[in-house]
Design a protein around this ligand. Structure first.
Ligand code: UGA
Length: 438
């Protein structure tokens, strides 16, 4: 089977590489010729565990090609995936579909034989229909069927999520398209992955509903964490007590500084917008969006309170900048709200992140980026963990105390916004230990 994958961003590159690993011949196309050149030289533009090996091997073996000519690639393909970006449109929170529609026009020019055209980007309900309309208008003779196959992979675990997914959702409206996609996902049938066939609108909405639900789950536990602080409860025990109920489940009940990333913030906004447009507002999601923003801001107050309300002139060591570990992605990371607010209050910030430094240099002016964590902690009035990278889980506490400046009460200020340390142990070690909901 031959596949064209349009867009070599996160979803496109990972999916393209994984389909080639399944044995399909995949052509990844992108309008960014510099990116295609880099990929052809074996350079991987994103940090994702295991991706470089997968790309290099399949590229070498001729199953994974990179080029800029979409129409040529489409002409020789059985399935075309549209996996371009759908950023948040400025102002109204809707998904910006200009790249999807441009891809649809390119596909229309290229179709030469029966082709299944699949949206893989996260697109609002109705987009599949619109893409089909564009293709039909641009090329009335095109022999194609539309489908929707949203992607549920997580950054940092993308390959595993693709190869061993909890489920695959496929929206189709013809038996022909269903057969082609069933064949494509044959390798997953063998490991008994549930494959859900539905109509296109349902597949499109399922993706938004899943992300919005996960964002709600996180926000729920964040609000419970805030309440725990007020009543002297421990949110980890609350989360455990809730999560052991199989109807609730324990994943995504980890409190923190608020969710970020390229998906939850954008997708919750887009779902809220779609729902309002259809006169069926999803108030709960609107509240989640608002509460998540407040959670980020709340962290600024927490840090300030830990420093007796005096942030101006204080030296802060920030460990972790990316929106979560094992990625170099800073999109909508809590760091982008928290650090500028602290700078605004006069803090002097040194920061370290294992993979996010290149992005941070662009996005966080005024923050001094240093080469390793202990460098950031030199003379620091407070150490603040913003992302739970493994290497921050076992910091040498004695070394930290030698490097840091003690506060007026003789203690060392340590704000662990990902709750990776034990409060009792940190207290015993002489830290004023601040965390979330414990
Ligand atoms: C998310 C979904 O988990 C994927 O299923 C989906 O495919 C993807 O969006 C997408 O739509 O493309 P991702 O954004 O990579 O994946 O990251 P997550 O692991 O879901 O984390 C998102 C944010 O939530 C992070 O900032 C993380 O720190 C935060 N989070 C997550 C918590 O604060 N608590 C938790 O318990 C879990």
């Amino acid at each position: 089977m031959r596949i064209t994958m349009i867009g070599t961003g996160y979803v496109g590159l990972v999916s393209g590489a994984c389909f080639s690993e399944f044995g399909a011949e995949v052509i990844c196309v992108d309008v960014d010729s510099a990116k295609i050149d880099r990929l052809n030289r074996g350079e991987i533009p994103i940090f994702e565990t295991g991706l470089d090996n997968l790309v290099t091997r399949n590229h070498k073996e001729g199953r994974l090609l990179f080029q800029t000519d979409t129409a040529a690639a489409v002409g020789s393909s059985d399935v075309v995936f549209i996996a371009v970006g759908t950023p948040e449109r400025r102002g109204d929170g809707a998904a910006d579909l200009q790249y999807v529609f441009q891809a649809a026009r390119d596909v229309a020019r290229g179709i030469k034989k029966f082709t299944v055209v699949v949206t893989k980007s996260t697109v609002p309900v109705g987009t599949g229909q619109e893409v089909a309309r564009i293709i039909r208008t641009e090329n009335p003779d095109a022999d194609f069927e539309m489908a929707s196959n949203p992607e549920f992979l997580r950054e940092g675990a993308a390959i595993e999520d693709f190869m061993q997914p909890d489920r695959v959702v496929i929206g189709v409206e013809s038996e022909r398209a269903k057969q082609v996609l069933r064949n494509l996902y044959q390798p997953l049938y063998r490991i008994e992955t549930p494959i859900l066939f539905t109509n296109i609108a349902t597949a499109e909405l399922t993706k938004y509903a899943a992300n919005a639900f996960l964002a709600t789950k996180i926000t729920f536990i964040n609000q419970i964490a805030n309440l725990c602080e007020a009543v002297g409860a421990d949110v980890h025990h609350v989360a455990k007590g809730m999560g052991l109920d199989r109807r609730i489940g324990s994943p995504f009940l980890q409190p923190g500084p608020g969710y970020g990333g390229s998906c939850f913030p954008k997708d919750t906004q887009a779902l809220a917008k779609t729902a309002r447009n259809h006169g069926q507002p999803v108030g709960i999601v609107e509240q989640v969006i608002e509460a998540n923003q407040q959670q980020k801001t709340r962290m600024v107050g927490k840090i300030s309170a830990a420093l007796a309300g005096q942030v101006a002139g204080k030296r802060l060591a920030i460990l972790g900048l990316t929106f979560k570990p094992n990625t170099d992605d800073l999109r909508d990371a809590p760091a982008l709200t928290i650090l500028p607010a602290l700078l605004q209050q006069g803090a002097i910030i040194r920061a370290y992140d294992p993979e996010g430094m290149r992005e941070a240099a662009k996005l966080l002016p005024g923050v001094e980026l240093v080469a390793e964590p202990y460098e950031a902690c030199k003379h620091a009035d407070a150490v603040i963990i913003l992302t739970e990278w493994n290497q921050f889980r076992n910091l040498q506490l004695d070394r930290l105390k030698e490097l840091m400046t003690p506060q007026a009460d003789g203690r060392f200020c340590f704000c662990d916004l990902r709750n990776i340390y034990e409060p009792a142990l940190m207290k015993e070690q002489g830290f004023n230990y601040i965390c979330v909901g414990r």
